[in-house]
Design a binder for this molecule. Structure first.
Ligand code: NAP
Length: 472
């Protein structure tokens, strides 16, 4: 389908928005390009469906979500192929994203029937305090291109489970996976208007009027901190409920007690998943000086052995970056660091086209003030710095306005956990290069965002707590 999905039907709008395969540069599809009026129609459908969806029993809502979980598993290959074609990640990772995305539908099917309340006596004895949970109301969900299925699933599943209706605005680079998900939700049997999707090349023109519309009750966004900040400003006049999953600048800390086998394996995972195009990607490696030389050697050997190529080709381990601008941005960061004195241990260059490839890269002797340490790299580049004592590592790790995730590797339990507790991040991987789990609360502190996705907290983002004061 190439139209917009509104009120349970596909619009016949002309497909004019081109979708590129980043591995080949070829245009693989065109989809409809919404203007503000189309966005308003989608929100109107969500608003019209809100009351009856909120009254639908939690169990009925959960049954539909479980159907989505089953259908996604049945269609893993179809979704994985779409994700690889429009986003570039290797097929094996795309299959992993389908399993991860599907799990949000199962998790929230299970959680949606457990939204609880309370009944208790006020300490004064004057009244009964009764609390109940109610859906927030119609939601606008804006998602990025790096996990075309999972970023939507993490919002759609809890919103629908809680009894909210929703309009999805996916990234223009990767609309095909979202449109395929809409077909699947339609087949699963969600009533018209409960979920809607509009694709557009002009996100601001479509979204700003929706954020200003009194019918919208919640904005949930995943993307860059710069755009998140602008959306918060737009949401402020209406005091709109918001959830913000924003950019990171993850420190990856290898303490003196670390097991290097674990640390190197974790570094490969934390750096190379999604070609480094993940908010959770390890951005700065801080390694104790006694381990730094061996860590750099071994990480360089691992990264230089990875097979880079078209994600749909068998055996590919690292795909392309999303577009030419992404390659240019990574190249600038590496060139600047090298000009400042960093040493290239492996990689360091873009690969000739077609497609948007950058070599897996390890840099050592990176100057403390290099821009690459302060910027979300969003590419397969590992800058390494050393430290002499743990307090110095902690200060460096926390010296950023971002606070999404950090990683710490160490075998001394007390020192490692104390370090993890002191990291100013919403999440910490302790001897682990991947922590994402639909059953766990994902999200950041500082300028990495507001709210959590997944876990029990993920449902609360779409619920209001109502208090009834009973005088008996
Ligand atoms: P982005 O440029 O912020 O875009 C994200 C989404 O917002 C896209 O759909 C984009 O559409 C839309 N958008 C941009 N400006 C808008 C506006 N004025 N009004 C409404 N929508 C607007 O981010 P990105 O480059 O796609 O994604 C990478 C960023 O996402 C990184 O910073 C990464 O860390 C972050 N991220 C965070 C998490 C997390 O959970 N914390 C997860 C994944 C990614 P257009 O492209 O058409 O502008």
């Amino acid at each position: 389908m190439t139209g917009h999905y509104i009120d349970g039907a596909w619009t016949g709008d002309a497909p004019t928005l081109a979708v590129e395969n980043p591995a080949t540069g070829a245009i693989i599809a065109r989809v409809a390009d919404a203007d503000a009026a189309v966005g308003q129609r989608a929100l109107a459908a969500a608003v019209a469906a809100q009351d009856s969806w909120a009254r639908t029993s939690p169990r009925s809502r959960a049954d539909l979500l479980m159907r989505v979980f089953d259908l996604l598993h049945e269609r893993t290959e179809q979704f994985a192929a779409l994700i690889t074609a429009e986003m570039g990640k290797p097929l094996a990772e795309a299959r992993g994203e389908v399993a991860y995305g599907a799990e949000f539908f199962r998790w929230f099917a299970e959680e949606g029937v457990r939204a609880d309340g309370g009944y208790r006596l006020a300490p004064s004895g004057a009244r009964r305090i009764v609390t109940m949970k109610q859906p927030v109301g119609p939601v606008l969900a804006i998602t990025p291109w790096n996990f075309p299925l999972a970023m939507g699933a993490r919002k759609i599943a809890p919103a629908l489970a809680a009894g909210c209706t929703l309009v999805l605005k996916p990234a223009p680079q990767t609309p095909l996976t979202s449109l395929a998900l809409m077909e699947l939700l339609h087949e699963a049997g969600f009533p018209p208007g409960v979920v809607n999707c509009v694709t557009t090349s002009d996100a601001a023109a479509v979204c700003a009027p929706l954020i200003a519309d009194p019918g919208l009750r919640k904005l949930t966004f995943t993307g860059s901190t710069a755009v998140g900040r602008a959306l918060l400003a737009q949401a402020a006049p209406r005091v709109l409920r918001t959830s913000m999953e924003l950019g990171g600048n993850a420190p990856f800390v290898v303490l003196a007690s670390a097991d290097l086998d674990k640390a190197v394996a974790g570094a490969v995972e934390a750096k190379m998943r999604n070609s480094g195009e993940a908010c959770t990607s390890a951005n700065r490696f801080l390694v104790h000086e006694t381990l730094a030389a061996e860590f750099a050697d071994r990480l360089s050997a691992e990264l230089s052995a990875l097979r880079v190529g078209d994600g749909s080709a068998p055996g590919t381990q690292v795909g392309p970056l999303i577009d030419a601008a992404a390659v240019a941005a990574v190249e600038r960061l590496v060139d600047e660091a090298v000009r400042g004195g960093a040493r290239v241990r492996t990689g360091g260059h873009r690969r000739p086209g077609p497609g948007h490839f950058f070599e897996p890269t390890v840099l050592t002797e990176v100057p403390a003030d290099a821009r690459i340490l302060r910027t979300e790299i969003f590419g397969p580049v590992a800058p390494i710095r050393t430290f002499a004592d743990t307090a110095e590592a902690l200060a460096a790790a926390n010296a950023t306005s971002a606070g999404l995730i950090g990683y710490v590797f160490g075998e001394k339990l007390s020192e490692t956990l104390t370090f993890a507790e002191a990291l100013q991040t919403g999440m910490v991987g302790v001897n682990a290069g991947v922590v994402s789990d639909p059953a766990a609360p994902f999200g950041g502190v500082k300028e990495s965002g507001l709210g959590r996705e997944g876990g029990r907290a993920g449902l609360e983002e779409y619920l209001e707590t109502k208090y009834l004061g009973l005088a008996l």
